[in-house]
Write a protein that binds this ligand. Structure first.
Ligand code: AMP
Length: 487
């Protein structure tokens, strides 16, 4: 199937072709015609499947007859509302809307917490056909009477399961109560917990169900390789794998923030251009690191699960799990950073003997045998160099133990203990939640004083170039502590 055959408006097609897409992804091929026909859609699709365009393109198509260049706010009421769980996703979806809508005189605004409300108020006052919002900040605008939702015709609940996980159910129900009863609702969710089904029953009209990936299934275009490696060998194995596979770029996931910092330091010492991102780094530092990685100035990005969701880096060929996550769903999210939208990718996991339980859970959830095979780089390198494996500190320490010599507690030993520190594990599990919750909470607390900034845009067409620059400048994942206002 081609994009042309979907019957999208020519100016939308032009933007899609500019984006370099050749064919619709499965969720796009299934959802776009149904949304264009005006039906409600309940779609089971994970991030990385192209779901954003699956709802953005038909929304733009549907709203296209309203497109106008009038300066009057009355000519630009809010007609489509897209709700997202996190500000990062909100910004990312907003980027997609501006990208695909760049040739249409429709307006879009991103509305999320943790940033100054005033630019958002200004943009809403000027009028905006499409509003992409996180629930808390949207309700702030409702309370301040700075948004009018009475003309909303299309509603999207993006990553609905995550919104529920984050405790937004009451906010969502409140928002749904504020919208006109007659509207088209699109609900996207990776999983369908009973609460989601109930929400769909209560608010949707005979929705068409579209499911493109089995629940919690891992992306078939990702080759999964698992190598045994004890904790104190992992760094050496990793360095050799990067060289052996000639990885141009790789994200390496660690369980803990301390582990991420340390690994990045060690990889730098091994000669790799590398940085770490995790919850203890400032928003600005995270943004800059991510931007460097996207611009391919970094070869290795070491990340905790804070980066596992929503991260969208085109054609990232490799992901490495330096340690297996304790929660098997995080495994799916981590390896979903590669093999996105039809590209192929390789996910490599280094598995220590004490990670058996985590591996068992991952096997159970993915339904795959996930056999352990020896890491190739080690053998090949040692053989090709024609010498016996170099005796590392670990080997020396084991021999020292056998020979009854006292073993100094080395870095690797300390590392092992820190990795198993239950407090750290708990906090790493909450990494991504903390990352997104805090700003929202702060945003609601500090709506009048926060001066971190947000991003809003008026009509797309005159700002296409600037929007593209903004994409380069802001990778749309983590927010800068400032704002840019297009118009
Ligand atoms: P999403 O699941 O919406 O986060 O999209 C994942 C990635 O797929 C994004 O980088 C999109 O730019 C990309 N993408 C979306 N649709 C297509 C397509 N039809 N062909 C190729 N890439 C796409």
């Amino acid at each position: 199937m081609s994009f042309e055959s979907l019957g999208l408006h020519a100016e939308i097609l032009r933007a899609v072709l500019d984006a370099g897409y050749e064919n619709p992804t499965p969720v796009q091929a299934r959802a776009i015609p149904v949304v264009m026909a005006g039906r409600d859609v309940l779609a089971g699709a994970q991030t990385g499947t192209g779901k954003t365009a699956a709802f953005t393109l038909p929304i733009l198509h549907t709203l296209q007859p309203y497109a106008n260049t009038s300066a009057s706010p009355a000519r630009h009421p809010v007609r489509a509302l897209i709700l997202t769980p996190t500000r990062e996703l909100c910004d990312q979806v907003f980027e997609s809307v501006t990208t695909y809508g760049k040739y249409l005189p429709l307006r879009a605004t991103a509305v999320f917490g943790g940033v100054d409300m005033n630019p958002q108020i200004e943009a809403l006052r000027r009028g905006s056909e499409i509003v992409v919002a996180t629930p808390g900040r949207l309700l702030d605008h409702v309370q301040n009477k700075t948004i009018n939702l009475s003309q909303v015709e299309m509603l999207v609940l993006d990553e609905a399961d995550r919104m529920l996980d984050m405790g937004f159910i009451l906010d969502i129900r409140r928002i749904l109560g504020l919208l006109p009863a007659r509207k088209q609702t699109l609900l996207f969710s990776a999983t369908f917990a009973p609460e989601i089904k109930k929400l769909a029953e209560d608010f949707m009209h005979n929705p068409e169900t579209i499911e493109v990936a089995r629940r919690n299934a891992t992306n078939e275009s990702v080759t999964q390789q698992l190598h045994p490696a004890e904790h104190d060998h992992k760094r050496r194995v990793l360095s050799q794998l990067i060289r052996h596979h000639e990885m141009e770029q790789v994200i390496v996931f660690t369980r803990t923030k301390i582990g991420a910092e340390r690994l990045a330091r060690e990889l730098k010492r091994d000669g790799f251009v590398c940085e770490a991102i995790h919850g203890d780094r400032t928003q600005q530092a995270r943004l800059e690191t991510l931007a460097s990685f996207k611009e391919q100035k970094l070869r290795v990005l070491v990340a905790t699960d804070v980066a596992a969701r929503g991260l969208d880096i085109n054609e990232l060929p490799y992901v490495v799990n330096f340690e297996l996550p304790t929660n098997p769903e995080d495994y799916v999210h981590r390896i979903g950073r590669t093999g996105r939208a039809g590209a192929t990718g390789v996910a490599i996991s280094l598995v220590a003997s004490d990670e058996d339980k985590a591996l068992g859970l991952i096997r159970k959830m993915t339904g795959k045998p996930l056999e352990l095979t020896p890491a190739p780089g080690i053998e090949l390198r040692e053989r090709s160099e024609g010498r016996a494996p170099r005796e590392g500190r670990e080997v020396r320490e084991r021999r020292d133990v056998r020979e009854g010599r006292e073993v100094r507690e080395g870095r690797e030993v300390r590392e092992g203990r820190e990795q198993r520190d239950p407090g750290e594990r708990r906090s790493s599990r909450r990494d991504d939640i903390m990352q997104v919750e805090t700003p929202l909470i702060e945003g609601r607390r500090a709506t009048s004083s926060a001066a971190l900034g947000g991003r809003v845009a008026g009509g797309f067409a005159p700002f296409a170039v600037r929007a593209r620059e903004a994409v380069r400048e802001l990778p749309a994942l983590l927010l800068p502590p400032r704002y840019t206002v297009s118009k």
